[in-house]
Design a protein around this ligand. Structure first.
Ligand code: ADP
Length: 330
């Protein structure tokens, strides 16, 4: 779809949703997951049944919501979006489930944050397409079974380890999304640039890609900032625009942002390079432990600047070098 002229008021969400590929064939990278999903959906179609429940695990911004939407699109089914934090008790989930239409794809983002009571209801719903609803109060309370139409749950989590085993077991297929290669991110950016009608210097999108923490959402966001810069300075997406805009937004040559550097700096200076628990680290930099654990840590580990040990997290020599801090004597 063509974008309307980009108004300054376009919100991040609108921006993201315009860029979402809607078919599996347009989804870039994650080849293994794509092939697995393709097989799963095609087999279900041939057998005229709803696809198995699908769990998507991986850091934010790698395409979990996009894949859920693709599942609905590819199967031609309705999609409903909810999230773990919105399901704070069994009644919240009962309200969603009792209005499900046959074949619907129910996307539950941050499924690890669902309330326990809702979780237990979901087990039964996923397994038997049935729930028990409590009617009345006190001594007169009764449990009434309710049959549901078959549907497909697509759950997303940044922390598959936090999901209780019984819930994990209800998913016929779990996809672990990996960080993207730079070439793949470059293709994501080429697609975005085409959708936004942006001209770019050869190599400039690759430069943005290599500083995007392996994450399509970040790549698109950085491109948007560079676009702003290019617009204001009357240039194309040039190397100069990339360098200047990313500097302005504190994204360094390796793609580390202010928080990544703060975490490493704290780890090295306050905790002598570790080991230290990730929660302690988060509290010390004044950030949510969930964010440090789901976003910062996986990236720093992936680029070899942080390592996980039994005792906690440690800074690697690469981290000292990157921050320009001399290694302590052995
Ligand atoms: P998540 O749900 O994992 O946080 P999203 O599905 O919301 O991530 O993706 C974030 C943004 O990145 C969206 O705008 C989406 O279009 C883009 N994106 C993610 N994965 C891909 C991909 N494989 N190809 C193209 N764009 C992608």
């Amino acid at each position: 779809p063509r974008l309307p002229e980009l108004a300054e008021s376009e919100s991040e969400l609108e921006f993201e949703s315009t860029l979402r590929p809607s078919r599996l064939g347009d989804f870039i990278g994650q080849e293994k997951v794509r092939n697995q999903l393709d097989l799963l959906l095609r087999a279900a179609e041939m057998q005229h049944r709803t696809p198995d429940h699908i769990l998507l695990a991986g850091p934010p911004g790698l395409g979990k919501t996009t894949l859920a939407m693709i599942v609905a699109e590819e199967t031609g089914q309705a999609l409903r979006l909810t999230s773990g934090p919105a399901l704070q008790n069994a009644a919240d989930l009962a309200a969603v489930l009792s209005s499900i239409v046959p074949g619907e794809v129910l996307f539950i983002d941050e499924i690890h944050r669902m309330a326990r009571t809702a979780e237990e209801m979901l087990y039964l719903a996923m397994e038997d397409f049935r729930i028990d609803i409590m009617v009345g109060k006190g001594a007169g309370a009764q449990s009434v079974p309710l049959e549901l139409s078959p549907f497909t749950v697509v759950g997303a989590t940044t922390r598959s380890g936090l999901l209780p085993a019984p819930l994990r077991d209800r998913f016929g297929f779990t996809a672990h999304l990996e960080f993207y290669q730079d070439e793949e991110l470059e293709r994501v950016l080429e697609r975005t640039a085409a959708l936004l009608d942006l001209e770019s210097e050869p190599g400039a999108l690759g430069e943005i890609a290599s500083r995007s923490r392996g994450t399509p959402r970040i790549a698109n966001r950085l491109l948007r900032r560079v676009r702003d810069y290019a617009l204001v300075h009357g240039t194309s997406i040039s190397h100069e625009a990339v360098a200047a805009a990313l500097k302005l937004y504190d994204v360094d040559e390796r793609g580390l942002d202010r928080l990544d550097r703060a975490v490493l700096d704290t780890l090295i200076r306050r905790f002598r390079g570790g080991p230290v628990g990730v929660r302690t680290l988060a509290v010390t930099v004044g950030e949510e432990p969930d964010t440090v654990e789901a976003v910062v840590e996986p990236f720093l580990v992936r680029i070899g600047m942080m390592a996980r040990t039994q005792q906690g997290r440690i800074a690697t020599p690469e981290a000292y070098e990157h921050l320009g801090i001399p290694l302590p004597p052995l």
